[in-house]
Design a protein around this ligand. Sequence first.
Ligand SMILES: [Zn+2]
Length: 382
Amino acid sequence: MKALIPELNMKELISLSHKYGADSDYVLAGGGNTSWKSDELMAVKASGTELGSITKDGFVTLSMDKLRTIRTTKYPDKREEREERALQDLMNSRLPGQEGRPSVESLLHAIIPDKYVVHTHPALVNGMTCSKDGKKMAENLFPDNCIWIPLVDPGYILAKTIDDEMSRWMNSHYEKLPDYIFLANHGVFLWGNGSKEVDRKYKDLFNTLKKVCANSDAVGIDAQKSISESFLQKVGKLAGSKGDALFSTGKEIRSLLESRETIVNLKQSLSPDHIVYMGHTPLICDDLSEDQLFKLIAKDYIDFTDKWGKEPKSILILGKGFISLGNSKKGSETARMLMLDAIRVIRISHYFGGPKFMSEEKVNFINTWEVEKYRAKLSENG
Ligand SMILES: [Zn+2]
């Protein structure tokens, strides 16, 4: 069966998705998602699909009635069982003939009453959501106009937390929605009944945050490489026959990589996107000769894979720069984008009291969560 979304609405949804999804200030790789809904149906991005190039087929159509049922179902307390059952119910909420895998954030979209929802992970916003004073500053910058969601388990628990916070808000605000939901260590949800409303909210959001941040620019990288191509090819092959390695450096990067003390921030995780696409922690090496460096990386690569059951995606070389690794060209490019984003988020977080990272327990959850393994696998294809 074909999706039953009116043509005009689908067109507007696609154009909103392209506008925000193709702009790296809002979304990177397979991050972010969009939706359109009526009382009966919701079209939502399929997991792992890239927003910037999404077509009609990149959306899955779900029954709003079934999504409402999930919101009132009592799931088991045990984490694995709970997530598995909730995910199964989400899959079962697809209309007949719908084959895509709905974004795990679909339930969050269903909670918001407005027609269009555009959820993104902008570095500018995450500078605030990944910071020590983020909540306090968000509530000052957007007075009585935002809901702050603390860092909780993603998936069902996140949806449930948002559902509860939203009903609390509606009860105390005569059913009037705020403009924003900020998710700690994650991103922002905003919505509207048309693209104009969505655009206005994003514009206001960015203007307000830019006034607080003297420098929210993308991280600059040098065109000149200080590492040989043949060395990078050798390193890339560690990640398989199609493996690829990219080196990046620049003034800001080198200042963060100055010493084992200054890199402490790059050893921790800011958000699920960072864990999925650049790995939850990097390999760290001194700046040695290329021969010695390769021997060290080759050994650390195996140790890392043994320890974590997955391959490293980022290598920091003290004082020099970083290498991004993937088992395809796309994988290494994505890992690089996320490392540059992490450096940008950390810089911006200093306008909000400094960075606040995800706890080890939350990082482990993402690392072992089947939903995110699926997203990581898709990012390597192509
Ligand atoms: Zn998200």
